[in-house]
Design a protein around this ligand. Structure first.
Ligand code: HAM
Length: 418
């Protein structure tokens, strides 16, 4: 218990962090040229925020939230996603009054109590972006262009952009009713979860993994046939815009998404593995009613979140590119040790990566350590050298070595190593 992290939660070890930083810095660079600013919202929020936004009948709210009563009796939840908190902050700080269109991005831990497996964790990380205040289809295109730029920059292969339209508050209820009537006729064939959801959330039956539900819904009515003129026109313009930018996509009419706040455009970047299983690496969509639902002024919104663990699993392998320290100082004896510490301090202040030996080991074992660390140079300071006011500088690649004067050495090394 003491030495194991809890189930579904992972340490990110130093050797993995390089890949994380690569993705994080590429995302920041790309978000910046699209004009997005970073927002950092709390990891805990009032439980009601998620129930109202993601939907009380969604899987996340029904089964997956880390929700608890704190010592003061407040109902608190560890955020299962980022959009609700961003929208809450947008309303709370009246960001809508500052700019007609607000573009925000965020990155951080999310929490869902799911069954852990590869790429599915209980604490995972999302990097997401949201645009608030613009309903035009060109904004949907821009958000998708930004997401696909990032995937391209990172060299991610084997993903497909799938899009759909879920209609709006006017046309979706008619579709829901039609779907409900269709599913009621097939009630016996469906899994218990979907039987229960026919009343509360019938659209979820369309992406149920059960073979029975897949068969039962194979001829179900499609949202596309129920879109009103506004939604149909909006979706057509999104597709046109993607075509104009040469962004490939597939329309997936069965994509319903697991969160209730969506309207109109929804999308997923789907990775298809060797076994044909589909896995969303990033997902998002439009949520034109959410700001108002949470008590803000009627404001359209659209955004996405990338599942960082899933994306990092897909990064092309670039081999080990970690370089070692610029200098290792091998010091023999106390006096040399003191000098080594001072030199290291001066060099580090100037940005040179220096390593020392702390154990007072033999020269041979210090040289071994320098080698293991991949040091590019070793400075040897021993009793004999010190008496002459000199040290030995060895280039570990060429194996050349030369005597160097200790007087003024820090400055000379800085010039050479920075
Ligand atoms: P979501 O589809 O629930 O959407 O999650 C987005 C992505 O987070 C998923 O595609 C997946 O890559 C990753 N993800 C979700 N759950 C897990 C998990 N248990 N372990 C690892 N990765 C996971 C949202 O969260 C929306 N807030 C996206 C959005 C932003 N829509 C509009 N704006």
């Amino acid at each position: 218990m003491l030495t194991n992290a809890i189930k579904g939660v992972k340490d990110i070890l130093p050797e993995d962090v390089r890949r994380w930083r690569k993705v994080e810095s590429a995302a920041r660079d790309i978000f910046a040229v699209y004009g997005f600013s970073e927002i950092r919202t709390p990891i805990i929020e009032n439980t009601v925020l998620f129930a109202r936004s993601i939907g009380a009948t969604s899987d996340i709210v029904e089964k997956e939230m880390y929700a608890f009563k704190d010592h003061g009796g407040d109902e608190i939840t560890l955020r299962p996603e980022g959009t609700a908190g961003v929208v809450r902050a947008y309303i709370e700080h009246k960001l809508y009054a500052k700019n007609p269109v607000t573009k925000l991005f965020y990155a951080g831990q999310m929490f869902r109590r799911e069954r852990p497996q590869a790429g599915r964790l209980r604490q995972f990380h999302q990097t997401g972006a949201e645009v608030l205040g613009a309903s035009e289809p060109s904004v949907d295109v821009e958000v998708l262009a930004m997401l696909s730029d990032l995937f391209k920059t990172l060299g991610i292969k084997g993903v497909e952009l799938q899009i759909n339209s879920l209609g709006c508050a006017d046309c979706r209820p008619k579709y829901r009713e039609a779907l409900k009537a269709y599913l009621m006729k097939r009630y016996e064939q469906m899994c218990p979860d979907c039987q229960r959801r026919i009343e509360t959330n019938p659209l979820r039956a369309l992406d149920c993994k059960s073979e029975h539900c897949k068969a039962a819904t194979s001829y179900a009515p499609a949202m596309a046939d129920y879109l009103d003129d506004g939604c149909r026109g909006h979706f057509a313009k999104v597709k046109e815009g993607l075509d104009d930018l040469g962004i490939a996509y597939a329309v997936n009419p069965r994509m319903v998404r697991g969160l209730d706040y969506y309207s109109r455009t929804t999308f997923e970047m789907v990775a298809v593995d060797k076994a044909g299983a589909q896995n969303a690496v990033a997902a998002g969509g439009r949520y034109d009613g959410l700001v108002e639902e949470l008590g803000g002024p009627a404001t359209p919104g659209i955004g996405f979140a990338i599942g960082m663990e899933r994306l990092i699993l897909m990064l092309p392998d670039e081999g080990e590119a970690v370089s070692g320290p610029a200098l290792f100082i091998a010091a023999i004896g106390d006096e040399a040790g003191c000098l080594a510490q001072k030199l290291a301090h001066d060099l580090r202040k100037s940005g040179v990566w220096v390593e020392l030996d702390y154990s007072g080991a033999s020269l041979k074992s210090q040289m071994k350590k320098a080698d293991r660390l991949g040091s590019r140079n070793v400075l040897i300071i021993g009793g004999d050298e010190l008496a002459k006011g000199a040290a030995v500088l060895r280039n570990m690649q060429t194996k050349e070595q030369a005597d160097v004067l200790i007087e003024g050495l820090a400055d000379r090394l800085i010039k050479r190593l920075v």
